[in-house]
Design a protein around this ligand. Structure first.
Ligand code: DC
Length: 205
């Protein structure tokens, strides 16, 4: 069974996707990491994420980069959001994601375009969201919890900018697939959100 989990930044989709993978015993791919790897590879080579050529050259990153702690940074997130708007970058990362989705037995993938582009045939599709303010609050708590000095207003502005870029791009924009179930997590804690996600997957099975 392929489970597609899409949604905006800090919506909780990663936590939900990991929990679903554990629950169903399936492998999980956080596809945002691929775009973050491209973004950070561009920055480290002194390139410009908005330059298509720089971004495309960075798509040949080494697999070891996928476990680099730098991928979690806000700089990587911003660069990822910029490089992901280049069609050549999306094309370069497509096969890898489709191969993962079609592993025997199935898989859970989370991202922005899993239910619409990568695996439109997925049996279960969730679109996980929450208000920008709630998502900013979660990201703020996470960053300050790691000892980083950031302001809530800055985090909120960053989330809004990413939403606009991810939803407004011409190719594979962030959007709920027509056949995806909406999971609004603004008023849900982690356990309740995971339980709701499992219930939605069960309905789709
Ligand atoms: O999920 P994330 O925050 O790690 O994603 C980082 C950026 O990567 C996001 O702003 C847009 C891009 N992305 C994408 O375009 N398509 C995906 N399937 C996953 C991420």
């Amino acid at each position: 069974m392929i489970i597609a989990v899409d949604g905006p930044a800090a919506s909780g989709k990663g936590t939900i996707a990991r929990a679903l993978a554990r629950h169903y015993g399936l492998p999980h791919l956080d596809t945002g990491l691929l775009y973050r790897a491209v973004g950070i590879a561009v920055l480290r080579s002194g390139g410009d994420p908005s330059d298509e050529g720089d971004a495309f050259r960075a798509c040949g990153f080494e697999d070891t980069l996928l476990s680099d702690p730098g991928l979690k940074s806000e700089a990587a997130a911003r660069a990822a959001s910029i490089v992901s708007a280049h069609p050549v970058v999306r094309a370069a990362l497509l096969e890898r994601q489709r191969d993962f989705a079609h592993a025997p037995g199935g898989a859970v993938l989370d991202g922005r375009d899993i239910g619409t582009v990568i695996a439109p045939e997925a049996r279960a599709k969730l679109f996980v969201t929450a208000s920008p303010e709630v998502r900013a609050q979660r990201r703020f708590a996470e960053l300050t919890g790691h000892g980083l000095a950031v302001s809530y207003d800055h985090v909120l502005a960053d989330i809004r900018a990413r939403d606009a870029r991810d939803s407004g791009r011409g190719i594979a924009p962030l959007r709920q697939a027509d056949d995806a179930a909406l999971l609004e997590t603004s008023d849900l804690g982690v356990d309740a959100a995971v339980a709701a996600a499992i219930a939605l997957v069960e309905q789709a099975r």
